[in-house]
Design a protein around this ligand. Structure first.
Ligand code: ADP
Ligand code: MG
Length: 701
């Protein structure tokens, strides 16, 4: 198919009018024929199988049921109205629910006429409920051809509400194949296709949308996943961002005075086993002659700072400088103060460089860095600026990697002719599989042990109906002198509603905890920065016992005396966000608690998230669970999730294909670095097209 044809705006396709085109653009970012053809099914379902209501199970898979709507009613709720239908077959009854699009549905549903409904069920008590089902009259249903592998395309609530069902999407894709003849140009080379026994692009595209058999579907999926991962790896390799071969680095072979002195005389506590192990790993790395690229993962409070410092001391002992870079001024300042305190007895110096450092001081810092008299520089992105030059930077530590792109890491490399050793520290662990696909060359160390005496945070799930008990618990903790966070969700889409929830919540807490006995702080996104700071400050100083807030408190707050974190509407938060929030407590010596509040209606995914949170405090496990929950293509509700934007591959599940893709990309570049050969022409074309459109950074949010 010509490239031009793929550029055709979606409006031109038969069956796609202006309003559908608009929806496709807004909801799924589908602008052209090419975009539409790349909308791959999430999964395939067997439309030849039918369930009875009595057979329904409490799981998340889709079911198809034949029955009749016997009753339709509107139910008023705090969060708005919903339309509820009673649906009956010869074995029982269930509910169909619509939160939006009521008018359209009320007008089109026929009572007591047989329908085939299709969708996911949730169970509430003994009643099953299907939100926004796909519905087809049985009489029409019987005329359509059905297969055991009908594609299910990604969708959104809006699309479903506006009647753009899976069936419609499937139809317009069919139309696209008819109009274009399904002739897709090959994107991989002949030898590669041969070696891996891949389907051709054309066959793969056809079978991903209209699988002829299980076997062909599997082959189509393999081919397309491979292709997607292959071109990502190619981009990373071409831009020299992956370095399988180790780069020459400085050799830190001396465990010198400072390190020994600090270890023997100035350690403020005994290191945990995990800290010792990680320090050994880092020491080994920096002594080998290869450049270190290591990711240090450790939950909030696991003691990464001391590991950072000991690594820095090794660098200084070997005659080098070190820097530590953090994403925000608050965090950079915390590092600066923490390290300053620890190195007091050692006679070395550290400075802080951020956006708000005064020009005169900045000048001094630049000078001291260049003449080598300054040993350690802590700071924000300001450290990365070109005008910041080191005498000999031997070690760069980056805190909170998820906010730094690979590009910034690359900037650090070029501070010297020999790149410094790099240690990336993060409290939001990146699953190993993900780290591998993004950084390939990154080794990983994990601090999987908390300092002794630290009590693991107890996490529980409570229903809104138990609120009074939760209030009583808050009161007990406050009486013991502790402080409490109460956090509300704030999701842009429904900002007004969320704001109202927050204010309602605040009012009810004020009633339960009256002044002057209790003082309450409130912080939310609509406040001025200065007012927020003031309120935070009051809470930090212990002048207020309760902090009611939206998620703005996620980053950078450290109030060790706060021992209770209450998260309202917890089902609306993602796992990593919940974990981050929980990390705000458990910072002192006291037993800390995290209480996840929800209503009774919970989706299967929400339940999994809540279970994960109550089961484990291990950020690593949580990150893996998080990644598994958000499968690729799961567009419903993924606006703020998803680290890698992949179309079909899943870096957790398709790890083997990823390895294969990397291996073949490496081999290709070894044999034909500029992709000049005739047989590699399709790859070169595709690569050019992809890099024009999709920079590798687009994959990483
Ligand atoms: P994070 O990994 O979140 O950066 P920090 O390095 O800030 O953690 O350490 C958290 C707290 O635990 C600090 O107050 C630190 O002094 C203390 N700490 C770190 N390691 C130990 C240890 N081995 N024994 C006792 N306390 C420790
Ligand atoms: Mg820290």
């Amino acid at each position: 198919m010509s490239a031009q044809l793929l550029q055709t705006p979606i409006d031109y396709l038969k069956g796609v009018g202006p309003s559908r085109a608009d929806l496709l653009r807004k909801e799924l970012s589908i602008y052209t024929y090419g975009d539409l053809i790349q909308l791959f099914p999430n999964r395939y379902i067997d439309r030849t199988a039918y369930y009875k209501i009595r057979q329904l199970q409490d799981n998340s898979s889709e079911v198809q049921i034949v029955g009749k709507v016997v009753h339709l009613k509107m139910v008023e709720q705090k969060r708005g109205k919903r339309l509820v239908a009673t649906f009956r077959d010869d074995t029982g009854e269930m509910e169909l629910v619509w939160f939006r699009g009521h008018k359209w549905i009320k007008e089109s549903i026929k009572i007591n006429v047989p329908y085939v409904i299709f969708g996911k069920c949730n169970r509430y008590g003994s009643v099953f409920s299907m939100p926004h089902p796909e519905m087809e009259l049985l009489s029409e249903h019987e005329q359509n051809l059905r297969t055991a592998m009908q594609p299910v395309y990604p969708s959104t609530e809006k699309l479903a509400n506006k009647g753009v069902s899976n069936r419609i999407i499937s139809k317009i894709i069919q139309q696209l194949f008819i109009e274009t003849g399904g002739r897709f140009a090959e994107t991989l080379s002949e030898p590669l296709i041969h070696q891996l026994q891949l389907l051709s692009k054309r066959e793969a595209m056809f079978n991903i949308h209209f699988p002829k058999s299980q076997e062909l579907l599997a082959k189509a999926q393999f081919r397309l996943k491979f292709e997607e991962l292959f071109f990502i790896q190619l981009q990373l390799l071409m831009r020299n961002l992956l370095n399988k071969q180790k780069i020459k680095g400085f050799v830190f072979d001396r465990v010198g005075e400072l390190f020994k002195d600090f270890y023997d005389h100035h350690l403020p506590f005994d290191l945990t086993g995990a800290q010792k192990r990680v320090i050994r790993e880092i020491r080994h790395d920096m002594g080998t002659g290869a450049q270190m690229n290591r990711l240090l993962q450790g939950d909030v409070g696991s003691g990464k700072t001391i590991v950072a410092l000991m690594s820095i001391l090794l660098a200084i002992d070997n005659g080098f400088q070190a820097c530590i870079v953090a994403p925000t001024e608050i965090l950079a300042t915390q590092h600066f103060n923490g390290i300053l305190e620890l190195i007091k007895p050692l006679g070395i110096n550290i400075k802080l460089l951020t956006g708000s450092t005064k020009t005169s001081e900045r000048k001094e810092i630049h000078e001291a860095l260049e003449n080598g008299s300054l040993h350690i520089l802590a700071g924000t992105h300001a450290v990365l600026e070109d005008k910041v030059r080191f005498h000999n930077l031997g070690l760069a530590i980056i805190d909170e990697q998820h906010r730094f792109g690979v590009a910034q890491r690359a900037k650090l490399w070029h501070k010297n002719t020999t790149p410094p050793h790099i240690l990336v520290m993060t409290a939001t662990p990146i699953p190993r599989t993900l780290a591998m696909s993004l950084y390939g060359d990154l080794d990983i160390s994990v601090i999987d042990e908390l300092p002794p005496g630290r009590k693991p945070i107890k996490t529980v799930h409570r229903y809104d109906s138990n609120r009074l008990k939760v209030f009583a618990f808050m009161r007990e903790e406050i009486t013991k002198g502790r402080q409490v966070y109460v956090v509300y969700p704030l999701i842009q889409e429904s900002e007004k509603m969320d704001y109202k929830d927050l204010m309602d919540g605040y009012a009810s807490i004020e009633r339960e905890f009256p002044k002057p006995q209790y003082q309450i702080s409130i912080v939310h996104g609509q406040m001025k920065a200065a007012d927020k700071d003031y309120e935070m400050e009051r809470f930090a100083k212990g002048e207020t016992q309760i902090m009611v807030a939206t998620t703005v408190i996620e980053v950078g707050v450290n109030v060790p005396n706060a021992s209770v974190m209450i998260i309202e509407s917890a089902e609306r938060f993602g796992l990593s966000q919940l974990h981050q929030l929980r990390g705000r407590v458990g910072r002192g010596a006291e037993q800390s608690y995290c209480i996840l509040m929800t209503g009774h209606k919970l989706s299967t995914d929400s339940k999994t998230r809540l279970e994960t949170m109550t089961r484990t405090n291990d950020g690593f496990e949580i990150a893996e669970a998080d990644l598994k929950l958000r499968g690729p293509g799961d567009i419903m509700g993924t606006q703020q999730s998803g680290i890698l934007h992949l179309n079909i591959a899943d870096i957790v599940k398709d790890n083997q294909i990823l390895k294969l893709a990397r291996q073949y990309a490496q081999q290709l570049l070894r044999d034909d670095p500029s992709l000049a050969s005739e047989e590699n022409l399709p790859i070169r074309h595709t690569y050019a097209k992809i890099s024009q459109k999709k920079n590798i950074w687009n994959y990483i949010s």
